[in-house]
Design a protein around this ligand. Sequence first.
Ligand SMILES: NC(=O)c1ccc[n+]([C@@H]2O[C@H](COP(=O)([O-])OP(=O)(O)OC[C@H]3O[C@@H](n4cnc5c(N)ncnc54)[C@H](O)[C@@H]3O)[C@@H](O)[C@H]2O)c1
Length: 357
Amino acid sequence: MTRVQVAIVGAGQIASLHAKGYEEDERAEIRAVCDEREDVAIEHALKWKAQDYYLSYKDLLRDPAIHAVSILTPNYMHASCVMEALRAGKHVHVARPIALTLAEADQIIGEARRRNLVAEVAEPLFFHAPLREARGYLEGGEVGDPVGVRIKICVGAPEGGWSIRPESWLWRFDPQKSGGGPFLFDSTYGALVAASFMLGRLELIQAWIGRTEIYPGYYVDAPATMMWRHGRGCMGSLELTYSPEMYIKSETYPTETSLELTGTRGMLWVRLSPGQMSSRAPLEMYRDGRVFSFNELDGSWEKGFERSIRNFVSAILGESQPACSAELARRHLEMALAARDSSLAQRVQRIGGSQQS
Ligand SMILES: NC(=O)c1ccc[n+]([C@@H]2O[C@H](COP(=O)([O-])OP(=O)(O)OC[C@H]3O[C@@H](n4cnc5c(N)ncnc54)[C@H](O)[C@@H]3O)[C@@H](O)[C@H]2O)c1
C-alpha cells in the first residue's frame, strides 16, 4: 500500500518534533511543507526531504496527492485550517487547542463525522511514558484511591531552552490569538490535560491568573493558581510561576512541570516537562514506607510528539482509534476556557454545563 502522504502546515518552533514522528514512521512520508514565509517553507522542505512546498494553504489543499495535514499554525488559525482541510477531504492532526471556542470545536466534530475523516489533536502527554505508567499504577490500586493531585509549573529564563524566533512568541501575547495567555493555552493547558488523564473529568474550577510585564507592553499570564474538583470527587490544584532569572536547563522549553498524586495508601510523583531541574527519577512511587524510583523509564518529553504522530498514522490506516479525538479535545478546551473565565469573573466556574454535540 502507498505510504500516507502528509503535509506539515506551519514550519515553526514545534514542527521539528512532529516531523521526526513522520520521518521515523515507515508508513508515512512528508510530501509537502506549507508556511507563509517562503524562506521557512523552503528550508524545511529541504530538511524533511519533501517534494513540494507551498506558501498558500488553499493551494496545498488542492493537491490530490496529499492525504493528511499536520496543522502547526498559531492557535487562532487552528479551527479554520482544520475545517478547510476536512472539506478538502484530508485527515487532520492539529496542535492543541483544537479551536478557541466550543462552537468551532463542535463544527469540527460534525464535519469529521460527516466525512468519516480522522481529526486528531496532538496530545503528547497521552504518550508520555512516566504519566502512562503512573496511571497504570493508580488504576492497579498501588497507591489506593486517589484523594488529590497537585501540579507545579516553573517557567524559567529563556536562555535555558532552545533559541526561539521572536515571531513564535508574538502571537502568544495577544489573547485573541492565543486564546487567553501565553501560558494558559500552553503549559497550563497541558497540566489540566494531565490531571484529567489521571483522574477523569474536571467539573468545577477556580482560577486566579495574574499578569506580569516582561517587556514594556508585553505581559505573561503568571503567576497563576488554580483549584478544581474532579467528577469522581477528589480535588486538584496548580501553581504556575515565572522566574525570569532562573536558569532551567532544557533541550526545548525552559519549563519544569511535575505532578504529585496522593492516594489513600501512597503517592505518585511524575515529571511531565522538558526541564532538567530535578535529579528525581521521571516517576517515583511511595508506598508502605518505601520509595520506588523508575529511573529506567524514558522520560523524554519530545517522544510524546513522535508517538502521537504514530497514533495518527495508525488511525488513518484504520489500525487504531485517535488517542485525542476532536470530542476529547473539546473537553480539554472547555477546561482551559473555564479557567480563563473563572479568573476574569472571579468565581467558581462549572465545566461541562454547555451544549455538547
Ligand atoms: N505541548 C504541545 O502540545 C505544544 C507545544 C508547543 C506548541 N504547541 C502548539 O503548536 C502550534 C505551533 O506552535 P509554534 O511554537 O511552532 O508556533 P510558531 O509561531 O513558531 O510557528 C507557526 C508557524 O506557522 C506559520 N504560519 C502562520 N500563518 C500561516 C499561514 N497562513 N499559512 C502557513 N503557515 C503559516 C508561521 O510562519 C510559523 O512558521 C501552536 O498552536 C502551539 O500552541 C503545542
